[in-house]
Design a protein around this ligand. Sequence first.
Ligand code: GTP
Ligand code: MG
Length: 354
Amino acid sequence: MSLSIGIVGLPNVGKSTLFTALTKKGGLAANYPFATIDPNVGVVDVPDERLQALAEIVDPGRIVPATVEFVDIAGLVKGASEGEGLGNQFLANIRETDAICEVVRYFSDPDVIRHESSRDPLGDVDTIQTELVLADLATVDKALPRLEKEARRDKAAAPQLEVARRLQAWLDEGRRAADMEMTDEERAAAHDLFLLTMKPIMYVANVDEGALSDAPAEIGGQTVVPISAKVESELIELDEAEAAEYLEALGLERSGLETLARAAYSLLGLQSFFTAGEMEVKAWTVPVGCKAPQAAGTIHSDFERGFIKAEVASYDDYVSLGGEQGCRAAGRLRMEGKDYVVQDGDVMHFRFNV
Ligand SMILES: Nc1nc2c(ncn2[C@@H]2O[C@H](COP(=O)(O)OP(=O)(O)OP(=O)(O)O)[C@@H](O)[C@H]2O)c(=O)[nH]1
Ligand SMILES: [Mg+2]
């Protein structure tokens, strides 16, 4: 499961600075499967201290954290939905991502020029939202004639037409598609339109050094992660001890990048289960509510196809009882079938037959 998050925002707000910090950090951790697919795409691990605790029990050859992919996208300007600036390419880039991370400029440095379409942080958020909504409106306008034709021919297409019409009216008021109330069925129908404003969004408030409290708690009901991109880009140049010292001097518990990776994970409704063996301790990413066979399928499609059952221990049991043997002895190693709903932190071992 490769999740990708597009970093968007007006020009000169610090997107590339943040992206570079994110990806460089990944590259520094030597045992980390860092991959650069293209210069604007970087894979970043999701920090999870539970991996360390599991590794202390099984002493594996390596530890493999879950990952999130970030995509650095060129600055969006007013009029992008009409092809202004790098408009169209920009929109194509976000269309391919699973979620959006919007960087908003809160830092004040007068040496860094604000783009002419920039007003103030919330005004900037508004500008971007307007462009995304306009792009979606164009998508829906274009799809409607086709959907009308289909609905005349095939009654089963009626719900899709209906939801597209409702979305048109909704977007026309400048609102995000994701905020419209929809049944699960309507949501699935809307999914086929690949709208930009259906994607989950979170905000990074790029604040001045030591001014994390300048950031609002939320924007439009969405999570805000306060970060100083400048501080993050300095942090990655330091070794672990120096970085810890610097963080402490700034009164921070962990780097903004860690907070960001975690927030992204939870925004997307994701959780981890673990596999723990001599070869490796590994975190696997699955959606909340995922059942055992699908979880098995993230490891290998054969595991899903030939799924028989899963041996499961909760993370807490696994750690407090000293691993699989301890769990078995205490009767805490469960045999779960295909309807088992995976819980965050489950340590799993799959039985399959193909
Ligand atoms: N003072 C200060 N400057 C910053 C910060 N973040 C970025 N900058 C500076 O702002 C300028 C633009 O940063 P970039 O990261 O390239 O901005 P961007 O959002 O990627 O810009 P585009 O790609 O042109 O849309 C650079 O000179 C950065 O050094 C920050 O947190 N504080
Ligand atoms: Mg940039």
